[in-house]
Design a binder for this molecule. Structure first.
Ligand code: HSE
Length: 295
């Protein structure tokens, strides 16, 4: 018995929601084939497209799968083939796609014994392996779809939010690799009340904008006063790309997850394509190798 799953790429943080907000892309992601085995354990039998470890304990999908098996009374195991299209270290949830895909497929093959929130806790173990912190802002949208808010980590409380119909994301990926663990170490651990007030105003604004299909409000809320000023220094041409995307009509733009990818949210596919062209032009002009997606 086997299942083939699409494992979506995700944009974590979405500017103002560090570690709590994320969204799933519907046309960028990995594929994975998962099969039941008689032998107990999780076995990664193939990884196509990237050079990643096959050892279960060193692979995000493997670790997430083991976390699920530990909480299950199923006596057998699973083998996993991963067809990797998301580049690790690109900022669009590569490890999350693997972790979420594996646990989703296993739960499916076992007849859905777990809730989605339980699957998120298993997938978070894959994130712990990949980034040293078990953050849920990529795995939650990968499992729930659309947008998610991690309202609380203890206890884990995930709030799914439907994406407005006309919302598109453009993502440009400069060809450098940024490890999430490294880009977390440079962050400050304290902030002023003044900064916090601006930030939670935007988080509330973004959620309200999504629920009310208020594209202008979504755009006004895509600001990050905490993380972007620090991390953007690691990203070639960040300010230029962001400025160009806003001039081309994007609702807002920021760092995708821990970078280096830059995302823009747009109203309508035409605008998203236009923003993609403008972002690309900036990188062509300053000579940065890149790839680009509209989703
Ligand atoms: N919230 C995490 C971070 C996402 O920004 O470090 C990593 O993809």
């Amino acid at each position: 018995e086997e299942v083939r799953v699409f494992c979506p790429a995700t944009i974590a943080n979405i500017s103002c929601g560090f570690d709590v907000l994320g969204l799933a892309l519907d046309s960028v992601g990995d594929e994975m084939v998962v099969r039941k085995t008689i032998k107990k354990g999780v076995f990664i039998t193939k990884i196509d497209g990237q050079n990643l470890p096959l050892q279960t304990e060193k692979n995000a999908a493997g670790v997430a799968g083991l976390a699920l098996l530990e909480k299950s009374n199923y006596p057998g195991g699973f083998e996993i083939e991963i067809y990797k299209k998301i580049k690790p270290g690109s900022g669009i949830g590569s490890s999350a796609a693997s972790s979420a895909g594996a646990v989703w497929a296993m739960d499916y093959l076992l007849g859905h014994p777990f809730t989605k929130t339980e699957l998120v806790t298993f997938a978070m173990e894959g994130e712990r392996l990949a980034s040293e912190v078990a953050h849920a802002d990529n795995v939650a949208p990968a499992l729930f779809g659309d947008f998610t808010l991690v309202r609380s980590y203890t206890p884990l409380d995930i709030v799914p939010i439907k994406a407005p119909e006309e919302l598109y994301a453009t993502i440009i990926h400069p060809q450098i690799e940024v490890k999430t663990s490294d880009s977390r170490k440079i962050l400050k651990t304290t902030l002023s009340m003044e900064t916090a007030i601006k930030q939670w105003g935007n988080v509330g604004g973004l959620i309200a904008g999504l629920l009310q299909n208020d594209y202008e409000l979504i755009g006004r809320s895509l600001e990050d006063h905490i993380v972007e000023p620090i991390r953007s220094i690691l990203i070639p041409g960040f300010d230029k790309v962001k400025k160009a995307s806003l001039e081309a009509g994007a609702l807002g733009a920021g760092i995708s997850g821990s970078g280096p990818s830059i995302f823009a949210l747009c109203r309508g596919r035409d605008n998203a394509e236009n923003v993609a062209r403008t972002m690309k032009e900036v990188y062509v002009n300053i000579g940065v190798e890149h790839d680009i997606h509209v989703s």
